[in-house]
Design a protein around this ligand. Structure first.
Ligand SMILES: Nc1nc2c(ncn2[C@@H]2O[C@H](COP(=O)(O)OP(=O)(O)OP(=O)(O)O)[C@@H](O)[C@H]2O)c(=O)[nH]1
Ligand SMILES: [Mg+2]
Length: 265
């Protein structure tokens, strides 16, 4: 079969197709342009909306990170949230503790409850780099402070808190942070207001010394507060709140509330 023959055989189909196209064209010309614009607009809006929904779904996280110095009570809080009992975890943790579960206080609740991915990162200085693995996907950070042994540990705690609040992964995503003053069952525990003020004072001092180190040093990615003003947590880009708790006796309602606000069912 030569090409000419194929051409002549296809001819009727081609002319038929051309006819159809002409008809469609005519049809389209009859539609008022406004209708076409509206249709295209609706189509684009729908695509845009679907893309946004997908993007949002991907960024919604259910991870809550427990952090703070060693001995603050993170592991006891972890078990209290998961099982409703303290487990008497007196040993220093050597590995992050993590779990995906429905909060113990909500297990009897009916309806839709979302499981929380809780991570307890040990306070030992050698294990702190582990924190960087979890922070980028955190929906909330809980900084646990020992309210009894607070004063001697205040400088170290402030430094750790300063580091967290200036990390790019935390600042860019504006991850909310809860300073949890634990062990309030003890009469010698300091109040959360006192602890907040002391931390602010200490961070204020740190800010001056760290800025003096200049950019030459591997200093932090972001600076804290307003230059020339005394530091306060309200100046932070991240929402910082303070609350009391006793992991031992299970008085952890403010913590559970913080988690629920971050991890919506
Ligand atoms: N009185 C009292 N003691 C507590 C409370 N929470 C924790 N503790 C005690 O504090 C000690 C340290 O608790 P952990 O939970 O092991 O501390 P952690 O923050 O996990 O410490 P690292 O794992 O080393 O980072 C333990 O002896 C606990 O029994 C509390 O609410 N009240
Ligand atoms: Mg621990």
């Amino acid at each position: 079969m030569d090409i000419e023959l194929i051409k002549s055989e296809l001819e009727p189909y081609i002319s038929q197709a051309q006819e159809y196209i002409r008809q469609i064209e005519q049809h389209v010309r009859q539609i008022p342009p406004l209708q076409i614009y509206v249709a295209i607009g609706v189509l684009l809006l729908t695509i845009f909306f679907l893309l946004i929904v997908r993007a949002l779904k991907r960024t919604v996280s259910n991870t809550i990170v427990l952090t703070g110095l060693s001995g603050g009570g993170k592991t006891v809080l972890f078990y209290q949230l998961r099982d409703g009992s303290s487990h008497q975890g007196t040993v220093t943790s050597m590995e992050p503790n993590e779990g995906l579960f429905v909060l113990n206080s909500e297990t009897s609740k009916k309806g839709k409850i979302k499981a929380v991915h809780l991570v307890d990162v040990p306070g030992h200085s050698r294990l702190r780099p582990k924190l960087d693995e979890y922070l980028p996907r955190a929906a909330g950070i809980v900084f646990v402070v020992d309210a009894v042994e607070f004063l001697p540990k205040c400088p170290e705690a402030s430094e750790y808190l300063y580091d967290i609040l200036t990390k790019a992964s935390v600042v860019k995503k504006k991850i909310p942070l809860l300073i949890l003053c634990n062990k309030v069952d003890k009469v010698t525990a300091h109040t959360k207001e006192f602890i907040r003020r002391q931390l602010e004072k200490e961070i204020d001092k740190l800010r001056t010394s760290r800025t003096a180190l200049s950019d030459a040093d591997i200093s932090n990615e972001f600076t804290l507060g307003v230059p020339g003003e005394a530091f306060s947590f309200s100046q932070c880009i991240n929402k910082v709140t303070v609350a009391d708790a006793s992991a031992l006796t299970g008085e952890i309602q403010p913590l559970e509330q913080f988690i629920r606000e971050r991890v919506k069912p």
